[in-house]
Structures are given as C-alpha cells and as structure tokens.
Design a protein around this ligand. Structure first.
Ligand SMILES: NC(=O)c1ccc[n+]([C@@H]2O[C@H](COP(=O)([O-])OP(=O)(O)OC[C@H]3O[C@@H](n4cnc5c(N)ncnc54)[C@H](OP(=O)(O)O)[C@@H]3O)[C@@H](O)[C@H]2O)c1
Length: 237
C-alpha cells in the first residue's frame, strides 16, 4: 500500500482503535476522528486527530477540509463510528431512534457527500461502510440499530452505482460479534450465549476486519463495488 490517506471515523472506539493501530504497520497516513473520547495513537507526521460530532453536517464538512489541508488528499473513507441502544421497539424513545439514525446512517451520508467531490476530481477513492449482521438477520431489542445499518447497506449500493465510472468503489463490511468495542456493554452471560450461536465458536478479532479493508482498498479491489462482505465467523451467509 503506497502512502494512502485514510480517514477513520470513530477512531476512539474499540474497533476504530484496533484498526488505527493495525494500519500503523502500513505505509499510510491516518486521519483519526473522535467525538468525546480520546484517540489512543499519538499524533505524528503520519497520524492526525480530528474532533467532530458527525451528526452535524457543518462539522463533517470542516473535518473533510481539515484532513485535506493537513494531508493534501483523502484516498479512503472508513465509516466506522456508530452507536447501539438496546430496547424493545415499543419502548424505544423517539430521541434514541433519531440519535441512532443520525450517527449510524446520516453521518456516513454526510461524510460520503463531502468526500465524493474530491474522489471524483482525483478519479479514485474508496469508501468502506461498517455495518452489522443485525441488519441482515434482525435481533430482538435492536430496531433502530438494525434499521440504521440496513439503511447503510442501501446507501452503499446506490453510491457504488453512482461512482463506479469515476474509479471510486463503495462497499460495506457486515460484522458479526467482535472482541472489542460495543461487546463490552453486553453482560458476560449474554456474550457466552452469543458465542454459542457463532459457528466459529468465538468472537471475531479486529484483524479480520483490517484484512478485509486492506484488500478492498488495494489495487486488487478495484473491480469490487456495491458489495456487502460478511465478516461474521459463519453466523449468517
Ligand atoms: N464491536 C462489534 O462487535 C461490532 C459488531 C458489529 C458492528 N460493529 C460496528 O463497528 C463500528 C465500531 O463499533 P465499536 O464496537 O468500536 O463501538 P464503540 O467502541 O462504542 O465506538 C463507537 C465510536 O463511535 C463514535 N461516535 C459515537 N457518536 C458519535 C458522534 N455523534 N459523532 C462522532 N463520532 C461518534 C465514538 O466516539 P467517542 O467515543 O469519541 O464519543 C466511538 O469512537 C460501529 O459502526 C458498530 O456498529 C461493531
């Protein structure tokens, strides 16, 4: 991988932290977005931190311009920031529903909207949207999360068609259950139940996500677009 500029959202969370750290072994420049919590990886010539609330389109626009003014370009956008709030649909506050849509679906749209003109101008670019197996299967207590992540798959498909002729690919990774991030909010007995449903019989390691992203953003990935690639230990196919 030559010196690509990679913007990772949600770099302060479990998955974002792990991906950022794995990317430091590659010849890339990292623009790491955080919101309330800090980014673990220190700033350097090739690593920059950017604070932004991605539910605010103005802040997203400033983020994209900030990355371009720091590194000169953006080659890869990884829409990783996301939240999950659990409750039965009939008990879900409208505010929780809207917040979930804002972060999980509207923010990737804002980011794509502001990055795409640069990608079109340079006739290259990659967008990787992090979605969830829950969008494909449904899961009790996750109506807002599942709907937002299913929306992200629809956004991925349409963007891929709009941008294929500009040398830009757009794909989604549908993650199963991983050993970092959101899983920390799941009680241990429920984690054990979840593991029991995974054919691989273990939670995923972020390295699997990293390797899938690395492939998608490489030269070899230039004819793969509009796909939802499952990284789930066999949970759903
Ligand atoms: N971990 C898993 O097993 C799993 C499974 C399936 C899918 N996923 C997906 O993977 C992605 C990463 O999840 P994770 O497990 O790393 O979750 P996490 O540890 O909870 O991290 C969530 C990230 O989203 C950011 N964020 C939240 N609200 C934001 C806002 N308004 N503006 C900007 N950033 C905001 C957080 O920033 P601050 O902390 O700085 O506020 C944090 O960096 C999510 O899209 C999730 O749906 C994860």
């Amino acid at each position: 991988m030559e010196q690509k500029v990679i913007l990772i959202t949600g770099a302060s969370g479990g998955m974002g932290r792990a991906l950022s750290s794995l990317f430091t072994n590659e010849e890339v420049k990292l623009a790491l977005q955080f919101h309330r919590n800090h980014v673990e990886l220190s700033e350097s010539d090739s690593v920059a931190h950017f604070q932004a609330d991605l539910t605010d389109e103005n802040q997203v626009s400033q983020l994209v311009e900030g990355v371009i003014s720091r590194f000169g370009r953006i080659d890869v956008l990884i829409n990783n920031a996301g939240i999950s709030k659990s409750s039965m649909s009939w008990k879900t506050d409208v505010s929780a529903w809207k917040e979930t849509m804002d972060i999980n679906l509207n923010a990737p749209f804002y980011l794509s909207k502001h990055v795409i003109p640069h990608f079109r101008a340079q006739k290259s670019g990659r967008i990787v949207n992090i979605t969830s197996v829950v969008a494909q299967t449904g899961f009790i207590g996750t109506s807002a999360y599942a709907a937002s992540k299913a929306g992200l798959i629809g956004l991925t498909k349409t963007l891929s068609k709009e941008l294929a002729s500009s040398g830009v690919t757009v794909n989604a990774l549908a993650l199963g259950y991983f050993n970092v991030g959101m899983i920390d909010d799941v009680p241990m007995d429920m984690q054990e139940q979840i593991v029991g449903t995974i054919p691989a019989n273990r939670l995923g390691d972020p390295k699997a996500v990293f390797k899938a992203i690395k492939w998608l953003v490489s030269e070899e990935g230039d004819y793969i677009t509009g796909q939802t690639i499952n990284v789930n230990g066999g949970l759903y196919s």
